[in-house]
Every structure is written in structure tokens, then in C-alpha cells.
Design a protein around this ligand. Structure first.
Ligand SMILES: *Cc1c(COP(=O)(O)O)cnc(C)c1O
Length: 393
């Protein structure tokens, strides 16, 4: 250990004293409604495995088969020797699933955003960015060097006034928004955003990370939910949430996606998605296409979870999707609620600043299609008894 990194210890102490130091738990089993942590079975209420596809037998089998055929690694970046037939199949299947002309696969959603945005806009252009956009959008916009104009959360009047005021500062313009906001579960008014984009000649870019597998027919996502096919320029998404695996994508017009295949830096400079993951995505998409029962079950579970918590007196914010924030506010109280739940067999991680604004700390619950109705009742009972005991409700 060198002395030159002692500043890190000081920062850690600071985090602990502010109640912002998050214990990182280690999962000792597969993902699912229940996971093993420290040798104990816990009710899992905080992973993004919305549909249970992370450990779905057919998906696991598809990944194993692909590993046997293609090996564990893709071998190179996509543009040199890393593109295999699985990548081509997924890109085709995704475009069909999303009703877009074409798609490109990345190694993650974060990389999809940081790779795609700088190809679409540059320093002569302007981005209109919603204030609660995901960190990977913010990074992508920074990397692009485009001018930035931020508009207030879900506020279309504010977006229009920013467009009126600033549109002429950019040669090209683009409005970027999360589709479903990951910490609150509310939905961007993509229909209004699209109208404004059309009116002010701004491209429309939506991050559908939490809409895939959740919104629209068979979980086709936010563009399908609002019936905006052929009107949204770029739909970006991830495979790591409802699709249960790893990776990300961008979908749009044929020429735009062609250009991304030539220019996006994570495509050119980072090795391709592994065969096992790629085959798993393909299988997850097939399952969603043929059957929407998992999506229906997810919504059923999330409706009963929200209702139970609200009836008990919890504030679950303004969520319109399965994402269920239990708003506490105070950081230390949130950590106490989470650690007491943990002692009683409920795994529900706290979310504090800087992931959310100071004073809006919460526990974000993620019900899934693989929770049973008993799991949901247990969650409500435990939250209610512990919430009362520590004075949150
Ligand atoms: C999770 C998430 C990402 C990143 O996706 P990964 O595949 O996990 O890298 C991007 N955008 C939003 C809105 C997300 O919630």
C-alpha cells in the first residue's frame, strides 16, 4: 500500500458518516425470486430480472449450446474478427421485435449509449436532455461534445420553451430521454416528445432499458406502447434487465445503423459480446415473441405489491411501471430499513445520493414474473411490521 492513495480512506470515512456507504452483498446462487446470501435464503426484491429470464431453463440451455459450438469468447472486436452468425441473428431478430429497420448489438447498455450518442451528434449540434436521464446518457452526451440544454422531468412545456430558445444553436438537434425512469418508474411522454421533435426538427432518442419486456405488446417496449413506429429515430436498450443476460443495442434506420457499425467506438475498440450471452438474448426474444404470459405475471405481481404497500401507508411515488420505489427521504433511515429487512430475510437494497437526489433516499423494489403471490404477501408484511417498528410509517 502506498501513502499516495490515503485520500481514498478519507473519502470512505466521509461516505460512512453521511450514511451513504452501501454494503455490497454477494449472491451465492442463481438469480431468482429467492437468492442465497451469507448461506441464507433471502426473498430477492431488487434485481432487474423482471421476467426471470436470467435463469430460465431454455435460455440457459441455449447459452450452453452456443458455448459448445462457438466457445466462450468472441475473439476480437466486431469490426476485425469478432462478428459471428449469432450477432447477425440477434441484430436481425431485434429489428423485427422492435419494428425498426435495423439494429446494432453492443456489450452493454452503458456502451450502447456512450457509443451511439457521439455518432449522432457532435460539437456543432445540440442535445435536449431530460434532467433525470441515466448516467450512461449523460456520459454519452459529454463524449459527443454537443451543446446541452436540460429540461425538467416530464415537463413538456419546459422542453418546448428550451427548443424555442436554443434549437438554432445546433446544426442538428436531438431530444434524449429515458423511456421509463429507473429510480421512479414513471414514463416519459414519448408521444408529446415526438410531436415536439417533429415540430422543431430534432431527432428523437429513447433509452428503453426498463421498457423492454415490460411495456408494449409482448414487452416490445416504449415505442410500441405509444404506437410511434417510424417516428422515433433511435431506440436504445439493454439485454441486462428483462432479457436477463448482458449486452445492449441501438435500433433505427438502415443507414444510421450502418454508420454505427463503422463509427461507434465500443464496436470498434472493445471485444464483441460473448457467444453464450448472444445466444441467450436470441432465446429470450423468441420466448417473448411466442408468449406474453411472463409480462402479464410481472404486471399482476407489481400491482399487488404497490397496492399492499400503499394500503400500509408507504409512499410509492409516481411509478407507472413495475418499478416500486418505497420513498423514505432520510439516508440513514433508509439504510436502517434495508438492514433490518435484511436481518429478517428480505433483500432490498437502499438507493441514496448520488444515484438519487439528496433527501430522496428510497428502497427500490423490483417485483418479477417469478415471484409467487406468497412472496409478494411476505414482502408487504415484512415492510409493514419493520416500517412501523422503526417509524417509517
Ligand atoms: C441499466 C441501464 C442502462 C445500462 O445498461 P447495462 O446493460 O446494464 O449497461 C442504461 N440506461 C438505463 C436507463 C438503465 O437503466
Amino acid at each position: 500500500m502506498t501513502k499516495r492513495t490515503e485520500w481514498a480512506a478519507t473519502e470512505i470515512e466521509q461516505l460512512k458518516s453521511e450514511g451513504r456507504y452501501i454494503p455490497i452483498r454477494t449472491i451465492e446462487s442463481a438469480q431468482g425470486a429467492h437468492v442465497t446470501i451469507e448461506g441464507k435464503s433471502m426473498l430477492n426484491l431488487c434485481s432487474n430480472n423482471y421476467l426471470g429470464l436470467a435463469n430460465h431453463p431454455e435460455v440457459v440451455k441455449a447459452a450452453l449450446r452456443a458455448i459448445e459450438e462457438f466457445g466462450v469468447g468472441a475473439g476480437a472486436v466486431r469490426s476485425i474478427a469478432g462478428t459471428n452468425t449469432l450477432h447477425m441473428k440477434v441484430e436481425k431478430k431485434l429489428a423485427e421485435f422492435k419494428n425498426m429497420d435495423s439494429s446494432i448489438v453492443f456489450q452493454g447498455g452503458l456502451l450502447a449509449n456512450s457509443g451511439t450518442i457521439p455518432v449522432m451528434v457532435g460539437k456543432e449540434d445540440i442535445v435536449f436532455s431530460e434532467e433525470l436521464n441515466h448516467a450512461s446518457i449523460i456520459d454519452g452526451v459529454r463524449l459527443s461534445s454537443a451543446k446541452r440544454s436540460m429540461y425538467r422531468h416530464l415537463d413538456m412545456e419546459d422542453l418546448e420553451s428550451k427548443l424555442k430558445e436554443n434549437r438554432k444553436e445546433g446544426k442538428k438537434a436531438m431530444i434524449i430521454s429515458d423511456g421509463v425512469f429507473s429510480m421512479d418508474g414513471d414514463i416519459a411522454p414519448l408521444d408529446r416528445i415526438t410531436e415536439l421533435g417533429e415540430k422543431y426538427d430534432a431527432m428523437i432518442y429513447v433509452d428503453d432499458a426498463h421498457g423492454e419486456g415490460v411495456l408494449g405488446s409482448h414487452g416490445r417496449g416504449i415505442v410500441d406502447h405509444f404506437h410511434l413506429h417510424d417516428r422515433v429515430d433511435l431506440e436504445m436498450g439493454t439485454f441486462s434487465k428483462a432479457l436477463g443476460t448482458m449486452g445492449g443495442f441501438s435500433a433505427g434506420s438502415k443507414s444510421l445503423i450502418d454508420l454505427l457499425h463503422q463509427r461507434a467506438r465500443p464496436f470498434l475498440f472493445s471485444s464483441a459480446l460473448n457467444p453464450g450471452d448472444t445466444a441467450a438474448v436470441l432465446k429470450s426474444l423468441e420466448i417473448l415473441e411466442r408468449d406474453d404470459s411472463l409480462v402479464k405475471k410481472l404486471w399482476k405481481n407489481s400491482t399487488s405489491l404497490k397496492k399492499g404497500l400503499e394500503d400500509a401507508g408507504f409512499n410509492t411515488g409516481s411509478s407507472k411501471t413495475p418499478i416500486t420505489p418505497v420513498m423514505v427521504g432520510d439516508e440513514k433511515k433508509t439504510l436502517e430499513l434495508s438492514s433490518t429487512l435484511y436481518k429478517e430475510g428480505v433483500f432490498a437494497s437502499p438507493i441514496v445520493f448520488p444515484t438519487v437526489a439528496k433527501g430522496s433516499a428510497r428502497i427500490r423494489l423490483m417485483p418479477s414474473a417469478v415471484h409467487s403471490s406468497e412472496d409478494i404477501s411476505t414482502a408487504i408484511e415484512k415492510f409493514t411490521s419493520i416500517g412501523k417498528k422503526i417509524g417509517v410509517i
